[in-house]
Design a protein around this ligand. Structure first.
Ligand code: SAM
Length: 298
């Protein structure tokens, strides 16, 4: 299976789908969420899907109401303008990586598989994990591990990589494991490697900037009353989503008028993030870190 959709019922219900509406699935993947949206759309409804990974194109649903766009969702507004699809009634973004991307060894996303250090969602781009590890200056590498992997010893990790690569370049996960094994505490190895991989993945795919751009454009392209539904998988993206939905900016600073009344471009629909129940987690362990947040444009 390409991908098992997470929080499917909760996310689709939150979109409040109108049969004749225009909806965006910003992260099409295997098309699991899109399929559910389509079931609720009538003949004149429309669905525009985005995925920067060309593998997702193989999952295109054969339906005249669907347009699948093989591009980064950071170009949301441009494509919606091009397809004459403005404004839209709802946007769903199920962030991160699909099971397909994790499970294919050559893609380099999984700590369970050895192989090339790639991690590109869009394989037309040049920057790979191996290039980051072999070419970035020490300071820049340290920042990647500190800011995106939340690794407090980012500097020591970067220094170790720079020393090791001067003797032999780092091409595979096995190479990296040898270089950094001293930092992985016994019993907590997976957690350490998950953070290293998260940091590299965010850097290579410029994930946080793309998310910020998409959220800002979502606000511009949604109709008043339109819903923004986002599922995130780690605290860095969830914080951006939460702040933006609550305040309209990424710092989470409430905008007040002269009288002290708080103004936000969105009304929060979920006061707290919705998380998967134990049943979903037991059938789909990848759902365990998911957090769903929903806001309505005012
Ligand atoms: C968690 S999966 C989505 C799975 C999908 N909801 C389903 O039910 O099959 C995330 C997908 O978003 C894509 N993606 C991640 N960042 C993206 C971006 N900036 N622009 C477009 N697609 C992106 C990935 O390639 C991946 O296929």
């Amino acid at each position: 299976m390409y991908h098992q959709p997470v929080l499917l019922t909760e996310s689709i219900e939150s979109l409040n789908i109108r049969p004749d509406g225009i909806y965006v699935d910003a992260t099409y993947g295997g098309g699991g969420h899109s399929q559910e949206i389509l079931k609720r759309l009538g003949k004149s409804g429309k669905l525009l899907g985005f995925d920067r990974d060309e593998d997702a194109l193989a999952n295109k649903i054969d339906d005249d109401r669907v347009i699948l766009i093989n591009h980064n969702y950071r170009f949301l507004k441009n494509f919606l303008t091009y397809y004459n699809a403005l404004p839209v009634d709802g946007i769903l973004a199920d962030l991160g990586v699909s099971s397909h991307q994790f499970d294919v060894a050559g893609r380099g996303f999984s700590i369970r598989l050895s192989g090339e250090l790639d991690m590109r969602m869009n394989r037309r781009q040049n920057l790979t994990a191996a290039r980051v590890l072999n070419e970035y200056e020490e300071e820049r590498l340290a920042k990647v591990f500190r800011d995106y992997g939340e690794l407090t010893n980012g500097h020591s990790i970067a220094a170790r990589i720079v020393k090791a690569r001067s003797e032999k370049s780092i091409a595979t996960f096995d190479d990296l494991r040898t270089v950094l094994s001293r930092f992985a505490h016994p019993g907590r190895e997976n957690k350490f490697w998950a953070r290293v991989f998260q940091a590299l993945r965010i850097e290579i795919n410029n994930e946080l900037d793309a998310l910020k751009e998409m959220l800002e454009q979502a606000l511009q392209v949604l109709k008043p009353g339109g819903r923004l539904v986002v599922i995130s998988y780690h605290s860095l993206e969830d914080r951006l989503v939460k702040h933006f939905m609550k305040t309209g900016n990424f710092e989470g600073i409430a905008q007040k008028d002269f009288f002290g009344n708080v103004h936000s471009p969105f009304k929060m629909i979920t006061k707290k993030p919705v998380v998967p129940g134990s049943e979903e987690i037991s059938t789909n362990s990848r759902s365990r870190s998911a957090r769903l947040r929903v806001a309505e444009k005012q």
